[in-house]
Design a protein around this ligand. Structure first.
Ligand SMILES: NC(=O)N[C@@H](CC(=O)O)C(=O)O
Ligand SMILES: [Zn+2]
Ligand SMILES: [Zn+2]
Length: 345
């Protein structure tokens, strides 16, 4: 049977949620990933070191020593975040990045920045101290089409930031367009991007043709096939600017299958397997380890993991439902066949 052994990967963008959900989300992440950048968009959001510490402890209560899992915490930037908050975050040692949500852009982003320039003093401190800025890159203007929101954000909001803060470490999260790939490639080594498995495997036809599939609705929304193709090329290029970030974002089944369903796709239960499918599609399985296990820690200035994981080419069927605390959740590719399976023994 075909196998693939790689250095244990990390997830540089995950939503673990809080409360009862942690029972499931932490286990799913930890079975493959050694570390994960944990997004701070809880209700209320994680905006200071004290809240990040509480959240970290809540996550750690769902780990065991044998899981060997380290959550890397983030702060949620608001209009009120100060340079002193950044100093405290760096000093904590466990806060590894700060997250910029434009207010209203995505799930639980209401407390995000109302104007990116409000955070310029904060960006200056982050650049000085080497704290990475993670960006949900979409504008929120009502007159901008949802499929154009990433490109318009890059052109109108992000370009001024990278021109002004030339040393700022910046990760454009969950990129979905060829425009984002080109932008990242044009910048110096301090600008990188994460790419999700679902944006590599799908385009908007998969979500909309033959019926609307609410479980494939996420933000930024799936784009045209030509954008998917550009993401596949970027992820499998071997460039250290692109690395794994699942954006695994669980929501209860009832919240997705609704008149106004929320955004987010749950992939953590089989994330590395899903990426393996995408890399195999490109005949680039040999590039998976760099993308999943090397480029992220190299960018963040953290050591690469020493353990390994093995994937086996062994078809299996994804369950129709998983649990999310006391709720039911429909995972990505529910009731479909996957080709790769993480070896657990
Ligand atoms: N990606 C999503 O569609 N949803 C994320 C938020 C985010 O990452 O934008 C979530 O928290 O549910
Ligand atoms: Zn986002
Ligand atoms: Zn996310």
């Amino acid at each position: 049977m075909q196998t693939l052994t790689i250095t244990r990967p990390d997830d540089w963008h995950i939503h673990l949620r809080s409360g009862a959900a942690l029972q499931h989300t932490v286990k799913d992440a930890a079975k493959q990933f050694a570390r994960a950048i944990v997004m701070p968009n809880l209700v209320p959001p994680v905006t200071n070191v004290e809240q990040a510490d509480d959240y970290r402890n809540a996550i750690m209560r769902h780990t065991t020593e044998s899981m060997d899992f380290e959550p890397l915490m983030t702060l949620y930037l608001t209009d009120n975040t100060s340079p002193e908050d950044i100093e405290a975050a760096v000093k904590s040692g466990f806060v590894k990045a700060c997250k910029l949500y434009p207010a209203g852009a995505t799930t639980n982003s209401d407390s995000g920045l109302t104007n990116i320039e409000n955070a310029y003093p904060v960006f200056e401190k982050m650049a000085e101290l080497g704290m990475p800025l993670l960006v949900h890159g979409e504008v929120t203007d009502a007159d901008i089409d949802i499929f154009d929101r990433e490109k318009v954000f890059i052109d109108t909001k992000l370009r001024p930031v990278v021109e002004k803060f030339t040393d700022l470490k910046l990760v454009l999260e969950h990129i979905t367009t060829k425009d984002a790939v080109d932008f990242v490639n044009e910048q110096g080594p301090n600008v990188a991007a994460t790419i999700t498995a679902h944006h590599l495997l799908l385009n908007r036809n998969d979500m909309l043709v033959g019926g609307i599939r609410p479980h494939l609705y996420c933000l930024p929304i799936l784009k045209r096939q030509e954008h998917q193709a550009a993401l596949l090329v970027a992820a499998t290029s071997g460039s250290p600017k692109f690395f794994l970030g699942t954006d695994s974002a669980p929501h209860a089944k009832s919240k997705k299958e609704a008149a106004c369903g929320c955004a987010g796709v749950y992939t953590a239960y089989a994330a590395i397997e899903l990426y393996a499918e995408a890399f195999e599609m490109m005949d680039k399985l040999d590039r998976l380890e760099g993308f999943a296990s090397f480029h992220g820690p190299d960018f963040y200035g953290l050591p690469r993991n020493e353990q390994q994981i093995t994937l086996v080419k062994d078809e299996w069927k994804v369950p129709k439902h998983l649990c999310l605390g006391n709720d039911k959740l429909v995972p990505f590719c529910a009731d479909e066949m996957l080709q790769w399976k993480l070896k657990t023994d």
